[in-house]
Design a protein around this ligand. Structure first.
Ligand code: ATP
Length: 235
């Protein structure tokens, strides 16, 4: 579904990602792991068209993404829930969700999708008229994911959804990610919380200092704990 092939990304003279290839097949949960500064966020940003490629190509559902702007990629079913959530603090929950649907026509299914979000996240239904800024960290993360779902993605990329959340809430977010797969969503998940994620991911990639150090089944990475400890630090 998503094919990242030989991608390099630079920030001026700084090389952030070098010759990285990554595939996500339909229905998979793929974990993208690695320490701070490894290049994970840069790779997701490039997939969305938010960072230019210095080399390589990105295909989604067989189509070359390089000439498409971010909005066109979202329309084709690719979306990103960014690191740090980035909910609109002064807008209500409903207004945030409304903005998530900005790339699509507003038909009857718009309301059905709002209801689907409220079914997935009952707390958001309770808080629908509250502003994003008044929500807790966990609720903001739920809102950020729900906002992404409003664009009707087929591939959802999540950048560190557990960052800064209490362990109980992290468990809730991870359960939700597994539920989303049951709803036909394909997921590419960037996480620091490698140990938890490898329990439910199908495959994993490990980036370190801009290069791919591992790609293969999540279970095999878990078994290779000692080897990977150097890169992920917590297995
Ligand atoms: P983190 O978990 O800390 O977000 P990451 O794996 O997502 O790490 P990136 O944020 O993609 O890593 O950063 C990769 C490299 O690119 C780092 O060396 C970082 O300092 C550099 N970098 C990222 N954004 C910029 C920027 N806007 N300008 C210059 N360098 C940047």
């Amino acid at each position: 579904m998503l094919e990242i092939d030989g991608v390099s990304i630079n920030y001026g003279p700084v090389s952030a990602v070098r010759d990285v290839s990554l595939k996500v097949e339909q229905g998979e949960i793929v974990a993208l792991l690695g320490p701070n500064g490894a290049g994970k966020t840069s790779l997701l940003s490039a997939a969305m068209g938010l960072r230019p490629l210095a080399a390589g190509s990105i295909r989604f559902k067989g189509e070359d993404m390089r000439r498409l702007d971010t909005e066109s990629r979202v329309r084709r079913g690719l979306t990103l829930t960014p690191e740090g959530r980035k909910v609109f603090a002064n807008l209500t929950v409903l207004e945030n969700l409304d903005l998530g649907a900005a790339t699509r026509a507003r038909g009857a299914d718009f309301h059905a999708d709002i209801e689907m979000c409220f079914e997935l996240f009952p707390i958001l239904a309770e808080r629908r008229h509250q502003t994003g800024g008044s929500l807790s960290g966990g609720e903001q993360q739920m809102l950020a994911i729900a906002r992404s779902l409003m664009s009707r993605p087929s591939l959802l990329m999540l950048d560190e959804p557990s960052l800064g959340l209490a362990p109980r809430i992290v468990g809730q977010i991870f359960r939700l990610i597994r539920d989303l797969r049951q709803r036909d969503l394909t997921i590419l998940l960037v996480e620091q919380n490698a140990h938890e994620v490898l329990r439910f991911a199908d495959r994993a990639y490990v980036l370190s200092t801009g290069e791919c150090r591992y790609s293969g089944p999540a279970a095999r990475l878990q078994e290779a704990g000692a080897l990977m400890q150097a890169y992920i630090g917590e297995l």
